[in-house]
Ligand binder design. Structure first.
Ligand code: FAD
Length: 699
């Protein structure tokens, strides 16, 4: 008893210590800065190839706590400058750092110290004492500090920040080169040019120079009249002024990064934890490149996502039960109700949902799901292409982009669809959730997503802030914001495709009105971002080009026509009826509003018979039946999903009838009728003759 009490106390103390310790950490490894300690400070800042800006703080200092978000935002803002000047922190409140903070004479918190590149080991840095510690001021001080370096101690990889003259620049006009040269022409006190130079520091294929607005020969030759302006010298020798919607640093940098052939250089030791992506993507290097428009969303990517998810990622689970089964049902529900793409995919998901909901089982063999996904029972109009065909998600080489890209895309589309069709989840178990799409995504990523580390990150983000999402609009914006945080974290990592560098999205080229500047710092116009997302991921922006789902599916062998076929049509509310046909105009409406004109033409009307049979039979395969999908896989069933014998009987009966079988049945039925009619006439004629024969003596 005493032992148990001791153990519980120890566990509680450990937990409290962990919680307090975690709470005291203002900065974590997730932040885009370097966390220094007594042992790493000197080796990092002395004789370094780059300059450093270090904040010495104390984790108990209230101001430091409040200021930490600004410091993180600054670090994010200048993340791409780190080969010229790095941003770091050191916590003087940590016992192990007491001595080093004393040695560096840190008396107040926070203290900002600049360390020159190639500094001596005894260099204790230069303290910045200004009162203004806002991002723009500190950023400009960083530029000034870099410019204070001499030629001798200039940071190795920092490009020149001084303005170029017309005498140096004009001879470049008309010259061919292996890179672009961008010249930012600006007033002398403007920082835009120098900031853009540093923003592009990690990119190859483009060189940025700065020139001054006072340089008349340059302005006259180039015809530049407004400042700041960017003038572009192309590799083929031509030159032109760069058209930007707003003359802001963010716009110049974003446009230059997106020039064809401009790529982020691979970082030495660049981290990134998306090691899974290589295994997930499927573009063989021999596959032809598919031209696409980045302002569109491609159905082929969504279909490939579902194909991979249903046939590969989930198929690693031989059975689904408990939390996994619930997550799967919820996922199928949101896709069935909200997926805007091709009719046959929706019909597949509807069918799957119909079947899952009708199963009174808490464990199903995944093979049964696969049979449905592969449409083994040949239900008319149900189809999901079994091919990875990345378009907007294709990578420049095998192992990049692909599935994770398409999964993001799918969930963005679903959040926007939920906003466009607020009642779509009515009468489902999800209708009362505040952010159903995100909750289902969270559960899916946690339960099934192959990249475990990604799942942990996403779960952490969801645990921190998902509870604040209370509306459909917030749902869209939360996912966008979360995705951008992941983009920021992964920029420059090994999983980044150099052809598609990770950057804040949407770029100014996609949505200029989404971007603004406040106090010299880039800010998002959230309202415009929301309308952009609604349009970009809306049904009207889905392109069927390259779609894996054929425009017209080959007709399966004609089943016997049955007029009142759609017995399930009105069964459930919302989208359940969407695929059911049934003739009611109201039921067809949703199909149309989901961008029907862009979708591949829906195949024939859905024959729901087999699904009904599946549903009906699986009901029959309950406790008494002992067969069916559960029977084979159930705890008592003995045989695993692959065992299939027990499952086979009823499963075949449930879904194994194909159209040929049905035709034979009808033929048999007709023959039996004819035979019975023949018998009837035969006996009638015989009885007449018999009567005649017996009646003759009386005549
Ligand atoms: C939930 C989730 C978590 C992940 N976590 C990690 C992780 O922790 N570590 C890791 O290494 N990898 C992670 N990944 C993978 C990583 O985010 C990328 O998907 C992968 O590196 C492929 O990147 P990409 O260049 O194709 O663009 P992606 O980031 O996959 O983006 C796909 C497309 O979405 C659009 N887009 C980009 N940003 C946004 C935005 N903010 N809002 C809306 N649309 C946008 C663009 O058109 C882009 O092409 C995660 C993936 C998912 C689905």
């Amino acid at each position: 008893m005493a032992g148990t009490l001791w153990f519980q106390t120890a566990v509680l103390l450990c937990f409290l210590r962990g919680a307090l310790g975690a709470g005291a950490r203002l900065y974590t490894e997730e932040d885009p800065l370097v966390i220094l300690s007594s042992s790493s400070l000197k080796p990092t800042v002395s004789n370094s190839s780059s300059a450093w800006l270090v904040q010495f703080y104390s984790s108990w200092c209230g101001h430091c706590i409040q200021y930490s978000s600004t410091w993180k935002a600054l670090a994010q803002d200048v993340k791409d400058w780190d080969q010229a000047i790095g941003v770091a922190v050191l916590d003087c409140a940590q016992e192990e750092n007491f001595d080093v903070c004393k040695e560096y004479g840190i008396h107040f918190y926070p203290t900002f110290r600049y360390f020159r590149a190639h500094g001596r080991p005894d260099d204790q840095g230069t303290t910045y004492r200004g009162a203004d510690r806002e991002i723009q001021t500190v950023r400009q001080l960083m530029v000034n500090f870099l410019q204070n370096h001499t030629k001798l101690d200039w940071p190795d990889l920092c490009p020149p920040l001084e303005p170029y003259s017309s005498a140096e620049l004009l001879p470049l006009l008309g010259q061919r080169s292996d890179h672009y040269t961008a010249v930012i022409i600006e007033e002398p006190d403007s920082y835009v040019g120098r900031e853009v130079i540093l923003d592009l520091l990690q990119y190859s294929g483009v060189v940025v120079r700065r020139a001054l607005a006072a340089d008349r020969p340059l302005l006259d030759t180039l015809g530049v009249t407004a400042f700041p302006s960017a003038y572009l010298l192309l590799p083929n020798g031509t030159h032109t002024q760069l058209a930007v919607q707003k003359r802001l640093r963010f716009f110049f940098s974003s446009l230059l990064r997106l020039l064809p052939g401009v790529q982020r250089r691979a970082r030495r030791g660049g981290g990134g934890d998306g090691g899974h992506t290589g295994a997930l993507t499927g573009r063989p290097s021999s596959e032809a490149w598919r031209d696409f428009d980045s302002s569109q969303v491609y159905l082929a990517d969504l279909e490939s996502a579902l194909h991979y998810l249903l046939r590969v990622e989930l198929a690693t689970h031989s059975t689904l039960e408990g939390e996994e089964l619930k997550t799967f049902k919820d996922f199928v529900t949101i896709v069935a109700k909200l997926y805007p793409g091709g009719g046959s995919v929706v019909k597949l998901m509807d069918t799957l949902l119909e079947w899952l909901l009708s199963l009174p089982l808490d464990r199903i063999p995944y093979q049964a799901v696969l049979d449905l996904v592969d449409n083994k029972m040949r239900i008319s109009g149900v189809f999901l292409g079994a091919e990875l065909r990345w378009v907007g998600c294709q990578g420049s080489r095998v192992g990049l982009r692909g599935y994770p890209c398409s999964l993001w895309t799918l969930f963005h589309v679903l959040t926007v669809q939920h906003d466009a069709m607020p009642n779509a989840l009515e009468n489902t178990a999800l209708e009362d959730e505040a952010a159903p799409v995100l909750q289902v995504m969270r559960r899916y990523i946690r339960t099934f997503f192959g990249c475990e580390q990604c799942g942990r990150h996403f779960e952490q983000a969801a645990a921190d802030s998902l509870h604040r999402v209370q509306s459909r609009e917030q749902q869209i914006v939360w996912l966008w914001n979360q995705h951008n945080m992941v983009n920021n974290r992964l920029a420059g990592s090994l999983s980044e495709d150099p052809l598609f560098p990770k950057a804040p999205w949407p770029s100014p080229a996609l949505c200029a009105s989404c971007h603004e500047e406040k106090d010299g710092v880039h800010v998002w116009n959230q309202e415009n971002v929301l309308s952009f997302l609604r349009k970009h991921y809306g049904a009207g922006n889905l392109s069927p080009k390259y779609s894996v789902t054929p425009q017209h599916l080959p007709a399966p062998p004609a089943p016997p026509s049955r007029p009142q076929e759609d017995r399930l049509g009105g069964g459930r509310g919302g989208r359940a009826g969407a695929g059911g046909g049934g003739g009611a105009g109201g039921e067809k409406q949703p199909e149309k509003t989901r961008g029907a004109e862009e979708q591949p033409a829906a195949p024939q009307q859905v024959e729901r018979t087999a699904v009904q049979e599946a549903a009906g039979l699986s009901g029959g395969a309950g406790p008494a039946g002992g067969a069916g999908p559960a029977g084979g896989a159930g705890p008592a069933g003995g045989a695993g999903p692959a065992g299939g014998a027990g499952r086979g009987g009823v499963w075949a009966l449930a879904l194994g009838f194909n159209s040929v079988d049905m035709s034979l049945c009808v033929l048999l039925y007709v023959c039996s009728c004819l035979f019975l009619m023949l018998l009837f006439f035969f006996f009638r004629v015989r009885s007449r003759r018999w009567k005649l024969r017996h009646n003759r003596p009386f005549v």
